[in-house]
Design a protein around this ligand. Structure first.
Ligand SMILES: *[C@@H]1O[C@H](CO)[C@@H](O)[C@H](O)[C@H]1NC(C)=O
Ligand SMILES: *[C@@H]1O[C@H](CO)[C@@H](O)[C@H](O)[C@H]1NC(C)=O
Ligand SMILES: *[C@@H]1O[C@H](CO)[C@@H](O)[C@H](O)[C@H]1NC(C)=O
Length: 421
């Protein structure tokens, strides 16, 4: 819709300038050549003629742009109606807003949720300040509806929700389970289907809410595309490759779902790729010199094609979460200082090439996909990271978030969008 609006503005803007010129040119011609006779009427006639011509042109352009005259709704915008229930003509971009203190938060206690992994439970790991758990995201033009767990559990009855991506995706998965568990009396009715514990390398975790016949699954696929073995005659430094033209081979497990939430981004770095001997490959050909940004774009194109052709978007609501801001500081971006309060400004952390690529690809897709554009809201939250209250206090962490915390808000937006949709 944004593109249309822009195009619309540009076209109509240009036409308006053009029309003004035509009208004044007409007047000019008349004035220059008809000076002898004061043909006021001719002047007016030429003016009206030009105006009519322009009106005609405008109408043509309008019908060209909106052939069906039906409102075009592009799915990538998550819009929300105001909390008071009025249908506002003005749309609300829920990702534009600010953090405000709210004593009614947090939404759950991680120590009472068996699915919040210890590494993210900052309070359990000795974090003393609790202010970071008491912030609500307030979109500029609307409110995110207050979490109504019973309503959500009803809506999700019999459904399968699937998260795919890296550890940030696992955090959102854990957060959603903890949020929903606050509405479940018998905690034992919620369990991992294989009895597995949450670990970093595990490829699949599935949690079942048996009372609601609801599944909330997580698949670890940090690149979304397929890791592969080294082709013959490759240089020695190549230890593995990433097939940018093929989806991860577990992708077939994701298709049969009602909600599908993707992310990828934190692993697309030289340290996690080239320095580990992992290089890009398309078809049979190694792409040794391909920049990471280009490769990420190719991987996203592969993902988009997969969604368009494999996922029934009549059934499945598809989401892609953009880059989750990190707050590494220092010259080499390797120091981590967790504040007590959010930053008042984004300090440039709201910009991300990863997110730009995701936005571009999603906007061009032929099927509805929702963007969870969390980059900007996270940029303020230098107070929300795990820091030294994670698995390993000697290695501070300014990428992952404490639970409860910022990922809960991603889920509030996800859930409100599901309730609206
Ligand atoms: C509902 O909220 C919107 C936006 O906050 C406001 O413009 C509108 O006047 C409100 N309507 C009522 C009936 O309170
Ligand atoms: C969370 O629950 C634990 C164990 O029940 C309790 O000791 C702790 O005080 C609770 N934390 C908060 C912030 O309420
Ligand atoms: C989805 O719905 C549309 C419109 O109702 C229909 O034309 C299309 O065939 C459906 N696609 C699938 C895969 O069911």
């Amino acid at each position: 819709m944004e593109i249309m609006r822009k195009l619309n503005q540009d076209l109509f803007g240009n036409l308006r300038i053009f029309c003004t010129r035509v009208v004044s040119l007409g007047n000019g011609i008349v004035r220059r050549y008809c000076k002898l006779w004061d043909f006021q009427s001719l002047n007016v006639a030429v003016g009206i003629g030009s105006l009519l011509f322009c009106l005609f042109a405008l109408v043509c352009v309008y019908f060209y742009l909106f052939p069906s005259l039906s409102p075009v709704r592009h799915s990538y915008e998550i819009v929300s109606t105001p909390r008071n229930g009025s249908i506002s003509a003005e749309k609300c971009n829920v990702f534009e807003g600010k953090w405000i203190q709210d004593e009614s938060y947090p939404l759950y206690n991680a120590s009472q949720c068996p699915f919040a992994e210890r590494g993210f439970s900052c309070l359990a790991n000795g974090r003393r300040d609790r202010g970071y758990t008491k912030w609500r995201w307030k979109p500029k033009k609307c409110d995110i509806p207050r979490l109504d767990v019973q309503k959500i559990l009803g809506k999700l009855y019999g459904k399968r929700v699937v998260f795919v991506g890296d550890s940030l995706s696992r955090t959102q998965w854990e957060s959603l389970i903890c949020m929903l568990m606050t509405g479940v009396d018998d905690k034992r009715s919620v369990y991992e289907v294989n009895g597995n514990k949450i670990t970093k390398q595990i490829r699949f975790l599935g949690v079942r809410f048996s009372t609601y016949n609801l599944r909330i699954d997580f698949y670890r696929s940090v690149f979304l595309v397929r890791p592969s073995s080294v082709p013959r005659r490759a240089p020695k430094r190549v230890k593995s490759t990433l097939r940018l033209d093929l989806m991860d081979d577990i992708s077939k497990e994701w298709i049969d779902s009602d909600v599908l939430v993707f992310n990828s981004g934190h692993w697309w770095t030289p340290t996690k790729l080239f320095e580990m001997g992992c290089y890009f490959q398309v078809g049979k050909s190694l792409k040794l010199g391909m920049p990471i940004n280009t490769a990420f774009r190719k991987a996203l194109d592969t993902w988009a094609y997969w969604v368009e052709n494999m996922v029934n978007t009549n059934r499945t609501s598809v989401f892609f979460r953009t880059f989750e801001s990190s707050h590494w500081g220092g010259k080499n971006r390797n120091t981590c200082k967790v504040n007590r309060r959010p930053w008042s400004r984004t300090n440039g952390r709201d910009r991300s090439k990863i997110s730009d690529n995701i936005v571009k690809v999603v906007k061009q897709m032929k099927v509805p996909v929702n963007l969870l554009h969390v980059t900007r809201m996270g940029a303020f939250r230098s107070d929300g990271h795990v820091g030294t209250w994670g698995d390993n206090p000697s290695v501070p962490d300014c990428s992952h978030w404490c639970l409860p915390g910022v990922p809960d808000v991603w889920n509030e937006i996800l859930l409100s969008s599901l309730l609206n949709g």
